[in-house]
Every structure is written in C-alpha cells, then in structure tokens.
Design a protein around this ligand. Structure first.
Ligand code: BJW
Length: 248
C-alpha cells in the first residue's frame, strides 16, 4: 500500500523524529486551529485570546476560554496515531517526539521522549514570575490569584510573541538535525520557530514524511513523501507495513 522506497528508508532508520500538531489530536475530538469552519481561529481571534497583551487586557475572558479548552482535553483520549508513535519508539534505536500540542495526549498514550514546544494546557503558572502553581484558594477570583504573590494565574502555554520554554527548541533542533527520518504529522507548518525544524531536518539529510488530511501544495521533493489522509488511519497502517508483528 505504501511506497517501497519509504518502507526501506524507515526500516533502515536509526533515529526517527516526529513533529506533531493539532491534526494528530483531531480524531480525539480536539479542534485544530486553522482549518476553515472547525478550527479555533475560524471562531476566535488569536489576538483576543492567545497573546500576553490579550491576557493583560481581559484576563477573565482568556482564563474562561482556557477553562473551556481544558474541559475538552480532559474528556479526550489518545487515538490510534498517538499509539502508533508509542509503538515506533519501541522499534527504533532512537526516537524523539517534538509536539506543538498542549494537550498532553502523547504522554498519556505512553510516549516517553516528548519535547513540548508550546507548554501544557493542564498546568497553571504565575503570570508574574512564571513559576508553576498546583493549588490555589478558590475564593471566586477569575483568574485565581497566585498563592505566593497575588498576581493572576495563567495557563502554562506559549502565546504569540512569547519565547518557548528554556532549552526545548535547542533539544528539538538537535533531534531535527540528527534524525534519519522526520515525520511531520497534522500541522499546517505556519508557526515559527516549530516550522523551521522541517527545513533544518531536510538540510541535514533526513527524509521527510508528511501525514496530513490536506493535499500538498507542491509535489514532494526528493526524499520526501506526503501521505494524504487522517493520521489515525495512515500512521498505524504504515507502522504495520514497515514493522509487521514486531514489538508487540
Ligand atoms: C490533520 C487531521 C488529521 C487535521 N490527520 N492531519 C518567523 C516568521 C514569521 C513569524 C514568526 C517567525 N518567528 C516567530 C514568529 C511569530 C509567531 C509566528 O510564528 N507567527 C506566524 C503564525 C506568522 N511565533 C511566535 O510568536 C512564537 N514565539 C516566538 O517566536 O518568540 C520569539 C521570542 C524570543 C525571545 C523572547 C520573546 C519572543 C510562539 C508561537 C506560539 C504558538 N502558540 C499557539 C497557541 C498555544 C496555546 C493554545 O493552545 O492556546 O500554538 S498558536 C497555535 O498554532 C498553537 C499550535 O501549537 C500552533 C501550530 O498549529 P498547528 O498544530 O499546526 O495546527 P493547525 O490548525 O495550524 O494545523 C492543523 C493541521 O492538521 C492542518 O494542516 C490540517 O490539514 C491537519 N489535520 N485533521 C492529519 N485527522
């Protein structure tokens, strides 16, 4: 079903990396950002909800929006694509998973080597010093207040214009430049610096395998494959063809 050259390339790989985006969690029932009609940014403006300026302007609106998003994540379960990545991790000598997602579904599925570029929606931090906060007085304040300094609490995610958590981009860039194959799964590839990992891997000689429901804009380059369809269907089928019956 899949191209033989791709199968050979995957079987020979010593280090596989994957960059994932919101599309991998779509079949877990979580909305993506940029798809027309269903994406979050089709219904809400990022500048009203996902920037430090938006939080300064209207912290209650932003907190409540993230409360709703957290409730969606709490109700979601990892899908077959998350599980297929867990399986790949057991089958190759080195595997690095770099995710833009804040939903924690990769770790809930059992992936071990996960680099989260944009934080984790279920964690909360102090908006003044960035320290993680696990418990606070529920006195009705929205957003709740930091128990140490009284500043507003905020979700531990990376908003537009904010730096990524210390060290994560360096670790992701190392993986991109050292891997033999980079999977690029369920991302529109428009948000930097994450999007820059793909050309980095390509320049370092990695094969690139894109899995996306959207068809590519241009024909694939050399050492590049584009598998068009839902990740939860394509990725388990690919793993089954490359490593039949192994690692079970
Ligand atoms: C399926 C599927 C299925 C659907 N199967 N596929 C260089 C050039 C231009 C701009 C910049 C640049 N460098 C920096 C910038 C600015 C900015 C940026 O990139 N802007 C662009 C949008 C223009 N970047 C930043 O601001 C970043 N910070 C930064 O650079 O800081 C510098 C700095 C340094 C030092 C000090 C201070 C600053 C931070 C970016 C933070 C992004 N944050 C968000 C929100 C996170 C919190 C939250 O969840 O609310 O992250 S925005 C949103 O986009 C979220 C995502 O992680 C990210 C990427 O989206 P993703 O995952 O690709 O989703 P979609 O919806 O776009 O795509 C889904 C895809 O799946 C589609 O292709 C579908 O077809 C597909 N699909 N179903 C397979 N079943």
């Amino acid at each position: 079903m899949f191209d033989e050259a791709l199968i050979r390339r995957l079987r020979a790989a010593r280090h596989i990396a994957a960059l994932t985006g919101a599309g991998i969690s779509a079949e877990s029932g979580l909305p993506t950002f940029r798809e027309p009609q269903t994406g979050l940014w089709a219904r809400y403006r990022p500048e009203d909800l996902a920037t430090p300026e938006a939080f300064a302007r209207d912290p209650e609106l932003v907190w409540r929006w993230y409360e709703w998003r957290r409730s969606l994540v709490a109700a979601a379960e990892p899908n077959a694509a998350h599980h297929a990545l867990v399986r790949i991790e057991t089958l190759v000598p080195r595997f690095t998973l770099v995710t833009q997602n804040v939903d924690g579904l990769h770790e809930r599925a059992g992936s071990r080597s996960v680099i989260e570029l944009h934080g984790r929606i279920q964690r909360t931090k102090c908006s003044r010093d960035g320290r993680l906060v696990e418990a606070w007085d529920d006195d009705g304040a929205v957003p709740p207040r930091c128990p140490s300094c009284g500043a507003a609490l905020r979700p531990d995610v990376v908003w537009f214009g904010e730096a990524l958590p210390p060290g994560v981009l360096e670790r992701a860039a190392d993986a991109a430049s050292e891997c033999d194959v980079l999977f690029v799964i369920g991302t529109s590839g428009v948000v930097y610096p994450a999007a820059g990992l793909v050309p980095l891997a390509r320049r370092a000689g990695a094969a690139v395998v894109v899995i996306n429901t959207a068809a590519p804009d241009a024909p694939p380059g050399p050492d590049e494959w584009h598998l068009t369809g839902p990740a939860a269907k394509l990725l388990p089928a690919l793993v089954e063809q490359v490593w039949p019956d192994e690692g079970r």
